[in-house]
Design a binder for this molecule. Structure first.
Ligand code: FMN
Length: 240
């Protein structure tokens, strides 16, 4: 399966075998990490495969591998981290690996942090322990199409199915002719504290799903005088 097809079949894997991924598969991941396409080329993102013991996580994952994703400490850095590493999530799952984004984790064991960057997020990766792929859209717990857009649009199905922190699905899309305007749900003060940073990564993940389903034509840009929409923050515009 290619990565666009994986959108319908991927899931967060939280049960892993305590077993190393084959060296050639790790090498394939490493190679792919060097080829991830950015949404915003100037916003720096870097990933590294680390041993699980070099991180501290709330959940105890049996897999020996994690990927730590660094970004410049800006909103665009987080957006880019989601956009780039969701390509890796889909690729890893297409190889039969399990993955799970991990929002709450920190580094231990002297792992260096690239200059001018911070840990944005991490991703568990490993051999799934008896976790089956999804069989199709009916297998997802997601908002209905009508809740994520002003106009039902089957091109947005890939966005609808995208993963997000605590399954919060912070995206909303409005149509302006050929242009899709992409919005992030504005959070109240308390939720902003717990979900704000992760929701910026989520937006990159959702945009990644639009990109991988329209790889030849996807274009992201920001309008000069962005419109406003009550309760929403303008992220950018897309044509597909
Ligand atoms: C940025 C981000 C952070 C996440 N952090 C965690 C986490 O710390 N622990 C966890 O078990 N799942 C985490 N998840 C996984 C989400 O809970 C999951 O993607 C969502 O519930 C949808 O389920 P699915 O990925 O199986 O489609 C995270 C997902 C994203 C996108």
């Amino acid at each position: 399966m290619n990565i666009a097809e994986m959108i319908l079949h991927r899931r967060s894997v939280r049960a892993y075998r305590n077993e190393a991924v084959a060296p050639e598969t790790l090498a394939a991941l490493q190679e792919r990490m060097a080829e991830l396409v950015p949404l915003i080329p100037g916003a720096k993102v870097e990933g590294r495969i680390i041993p699980t013991r070099h991180g501290s996580f709330l959940q105890k994952w049996a897999t020996p591998h994690f990927i730590v994703i660094f970004s410049e400490p800006t909103d665009d850095g987080l957006l880019n981290a989601g956009f780039m590493y969701q390509q890796l999530d889909l690729y890893a799952q297409s190889l039969g690996l399990g993955t799970c984004w991990v929002g709450l984790g920190s580094l231990e064991g002297g792992e260096p942090i690239p200059a001018g960057m911070k840990v944005a997020v991490m991703m568990a990766v490993g051999v799934p322990d008896g976790v089956a792929r999804r069989t199709g859209a009916a297998d997802f717990k997601r908002k209905a199409m009508a809740e994520i857009t002003d106009w039902p649009d089957e091109r947005l199905e890939a966005l609808r199915l995208a993963p997000s922190a605590t399954n919060s699905q912070p995206w909303f899309v409005t149509h302006a002719g050929e242009t899709l305007r992409i919005w992030r749900e504005e959070l109240g003060l308390i939720k902003q504290r717990t979900h704000g940073r992760m929701n910026k990564i989520d937006m990159g993940i959702g945009l990644c799903h639009l990109y991988v389903t329209h790889p030849e034509t996807f274009r992201f840009f920001r309008e000069e005088n962005p419109p406003t929409l009550d309760g929403q923050i303008y992220i950018g515009s897309v044509t597909l």
